[in-house]
Design a protein around this ligand. Sequence first.
Ligand code: TYD
Ligand code: MG
Length: 453
Amino acid sequence: MPKIKTFYQCQSCGYTSPKWLGRCPDCGTWNSLVEERKEAVTRQSSFLTHLGKSEPQSLSSITGGYGQRTSTGMKELDRVLGSGVVTGSVILVGGDPGIGKSTLLLQALSGLSRYGRVLYVSGEESPEQIKIRAERLSINSNEIILLSETSLEGIINTASKLSPKIIVVDSIQTVYTEELVSAPGSVSQVRECAAKLMIFAKRSDIPVFLVGHVTKEGTIAGPRVLEHIVDTVLYFEGDRGHSYRILRTVKNRFGSTNEIGVFEMSDSGLIEVENPSELFLLERPLNVSGSTVVASLEGTRPLMVEIQSLVSQTNFGMPRRTTIGVDFNRVNLLVAVLEKRAGLHLGGMDIFVNVVGGLRIIEPAVDLGIIATIASSLKNIPIDPKTFVFGEAGLSGEIRAVTQAEARIKEASKIGFKRAVMPLGNSEKIKNNPGLEIIGVKDVEDCLEAVLT
Ligand code: TYD
Ligand code: MG
């Protein structure tokens, strides 16, 4: 009998300790250490030894490789992947339960089955349940092979025999390798299984999609370890209350990050939304204070989104600040800038900021939208509905230029906007103006003057 050793491992970041601890010293999560057993013979380095077998070679002597991309037949999915699936790549799709990960991947497999046999491995649903979903999506094909299996060795065995064009593993948390004794879903199992699938993908040139569940805190179990291992990380986001779903690239070794794909969940599966700007502005109230449209840029794609703010008198001593879809600290910072540089009195006010449609905007160009709507709500002056804004604000109240101004105004003009308020640094450099009135602003005061008249 080999000697059995036990240790405690943080289920959030993978930190290990010989003793149990109430709080992980590495990532600070409470009650996340779980006892795991490992045989004294360590297999920790199996990933490295597998990959390290090749001989050193010169860069110029290497041919082919990752050039080949396969279209999934879904334009929005191809876009976030960087125009198609790269051979031998491993793609992690994360998201809340019930958001539509299995639906998305089944639809993608249906598109990919044009090229040959594809394998769908499910540890969560039986083949009958998958069949019911497929019927709902009107998918039927001889080339889609279903496998109900949770043993990694079993999956790799079947995959080697079938040699499919692509493999989907739904989900990585249900898969276990017989080499480890810990339970499926624990950090060491998730890491080891993902690493082994990665090696399999690289050797066989078969791309692998991994579905990853998101924990209550909003991270994929063992996120740091998994995100390092895989080539591409996609998050499927959206609001349960809305039917829009957004697929966002967080990491991509073969394309740009922060790219988004927009879908709508219907009765018969996910429908791609080609014109998301129109969709997000569909129910916009006109001539109401505290609302404007920002020309935002997600990856390479401009997107017009409505920002709303509500400023109202505080009833309690502590003013409340709530944000949905934009960074909370960013809003606090902009409120301070408005107080100090534009002389607005916001100290005794509750402030709520919302991005309409369940969208999340990370880029700083949204700053002008936040500033404009807060001021508009405070003064109760509506912003002209044909006006849109974008630009970053600095701490001294200056408005800074952002990237790709021309792409933003082109999108805006396409859906009928007439007037643009943007940083002076951008407006001076616009060469192709599609007939918009362009107002360059250099500081916060300028901006408020331009939007509130
Ligand atoms: P699912 O793909 O099972 O989610 P996940 O794999 O991320 O857990 O999606 C399930 C949800 O999507 C469920 O609430 C039902 C809904 N749905 C539709 O609205 N229309 C459809 O055509 C399908 C297949 C699912
Ligand atoms: Mg599922």
